[in-house]
Design a protein around this ligand. Structure first.
Ligand code: DQQ
Length: 507
């Protein structure tokens, strides 16, 4: 066994540049320096929350991936721990890619993807075991424990892991992959000890699913299988990230039944988050209190030279509490602990009716905004955030109901998020959005969290995560409008949010 000894990075010029970047979030988790992508190894171990993540401490690019690590007792304030895994020789010499942590009879055990293109075209399955507080890890000398995809399939990629134990104590895992010409696939393995794995077959393939509203991609990255409480035995949910020839498209989900040998879907594939690649590679875990909590990776939306100059890349979403609504759709909300970051009681903005527009007196680039009310058929509500006083810069969130009612659409317009944008600027301002569930009487419950460049929107429980980079210092305003006879915003509250960055980073 070799124990990873890469420590947390100390303060240096790169860190300073990153801290001074006005686009760096303050109450969302970011890596100390360099690059962050997928959340990994999420768990609550002996009461402490652990967030591991894909990390390159040496620069804001996806290369030489380590497992970064942070801990928390409230899901909001995070403390850096030493890097958990670093590339070494052999199976993971060019990266310790995504994976999970399981409790192997009291021993914390990481199952991750070893990346070494010199040794094989795809990734492999590796394991490492940890000490009691999950701060020191030893890689298994026999890695990789699965050396590559099962023979006989023309696969695209092969990586990422979701594990469970059956009633007889046997371990099962699915690994994400794709079969050329057939679409994504989950390969199923079983093991008595997490080390000797038997290939059981395909657990789900692109042929078994109905794409519905979301394209499932040609490779399924980061599968995450879990059960949410519903009537009876509960509903099984499969989340994966749709990847297509090197492009990270979007996360999707299907509900159904997790069988012994396959997953039986009972829905079409649905978008998980309308921010698409801005909520990529999500992973979830069950907290001690029973909540299913999910994190996702928000990629940057600014040009590469701006990322390199900033010295950091990638934001972790706020932790989200997942439930299912009556329609069987996933509902996400920031965990209740997030509210502890609100400063004071918040500003109660006066209610508005059709044709009215209101500007909150609370301004800032760290805000939590709630807007509740009724949307009449044909009505629309809009929230303008990061709005400059002359409106030259503004990010617009709308919820509109169709004229015949019953269908509502959430949209995010980033075309004026920055005023100096031209066609070749390299900022991603693609319009984002999609249909949301709405009751017959048109109730809308909207929450928007603004954290510098990070935006998390929840519209009747449907999330949309995105990134914006205003250039004006006064792009800190919030305005609301509503239209359509009978539409009304009755409850509007705006809070400034405190910074949650850990003290050690401001050394
Ligand atoms: N990121 C990891 C892979 C995973 C991808 C590598 C998803 O394991 O498939 O950093 O973003």
């Amino acid at each position: 066994m070799s124990v990873s000894q890469v420590g947390a990075r100390s303060h240096d010029g790169v860190t300073l540049t990153a801290i001074q970047d006005p686009h760096r979030p303050s109450f969302h988790f970011t890596s100390p320096v360099g690059w962050l992508n997928d959340p990994n190894g999420l768990c609550q171990w002996d009461g402490v929350y652990h967030l591991f993540y894909q990390y390159n401490p040496d620069g804001p690019v996806h290369a030489d991936i380590h497992w970064g690590h942070a801990t928390s007792t409230d899901l909001v304030h995070w403390i850096d721990a030493p890097v958990a895994l670093a590339p070494s020789t052999g199976a993971d010499s060019q990266g310790c890619w995504s994976g999970v942590i399981v409790d192997d009879a009291g021993t914390p055990t990481i199952i991750y993807s070893g990346h070494n293109p010199d040794a094989g075209r795809t990734q492999t399955c590796c394991i490492a075991t940890g000490n009691a507080d999950l701060t020191a890890w030893g890689k298994d000398p026999n890695n990789p424990v699965i050396p590559g995809p099962p023979p006989g399939h023309d696969v695209t990629e092969f990586r990422d892991h979701s594990l469970w134990k059956d009633a007889a104590g046997k371990w099962h895992q699915v690994m994400g992959s794709g079969i050329r010409g057939e679409g994504g696939v989950l390969f199923h393995y079983s093991s008595p000890d997490l080390r000797a794995w038997t290939f059981e077959g395909t657990y789900l393939t692109g042929r078994d699913i109905e794409p519905g509203g979301a394209y499932p991609g040609t490779t399924w990255e980061c599968p995450d299988l879990f059960t949410l409480p519903t009537q009876g035995a509960g509903t099984d949910v499969l989340v994966f990230s749709a990847w297509d020839e090197g492009i990270t498209l979007h996360p999707v989900y299907i509900t159904g039944q997790r069988g012994a040998q396959n997953f039986i879907p009972n829905t079409q594939v649905r978008h998980l988050d309308y921010g698409l690649r801005h909520f990529y590679a999500p992973q979830s875990f069950t907290a001690d209190d029973g909540r299913r909590i999910q994190f996702g990776w928000a990629q940057e939306a600014r040009p590469q030279d701006a990322i390199l100059a900033a010295g950091w890349s990638g934001v972790m979403s706020l932790p989200r509490h997942l439930t299912l609504n009556d329609a069987g759709h996933l509902i996400a909300a920031p965990v209740a602990e997030t509210d502890a970051l609100r400063i004071g009681a918040g500003e109660a903005v006066p209610a508005i009716g059709p044709g009215e527009r209101v500007r909150a007196t609370t301004v800032g680039d760290q805000l939590d905004i709630i807007a509740r009310g009724i949307l009449a058929p044909g009505g629309e509500l809009a929230i303008y955030v990061r709005t400059s006083s002359d409106h030259a810069e503004s990010t617009v969130i709308t919820v509109a109901q169709t004229a015949d009612g019953g269908e509502a659409v959430l949209r995010l317009d980033r075309r004026n998020s920055r005023s100096d944008l031209d066609a070749g600027s390299g900022y991603d301002t693609v319009e984002l959005g999609g249909p949301i569930d709405i009751s017959d009487n048109g109730e809308v419950d909207l929450r928007v969290l603004v954290d510098h460049s990070m935006l998390e929107i929840f519209a009747n429980g449907q999330p949309l995560t995105a990134r914006v980079y205003p250039s004006r210092h006064d792009a800190t305003g919030v305005e609301l409008t509503v239209s359509g006879e009978g539409s009304l915003l009755t409850e509007i509250t705006v809070w400034q949010m405190a910074q949650a960055e850990q003290a050690e980073r401001v050394r």
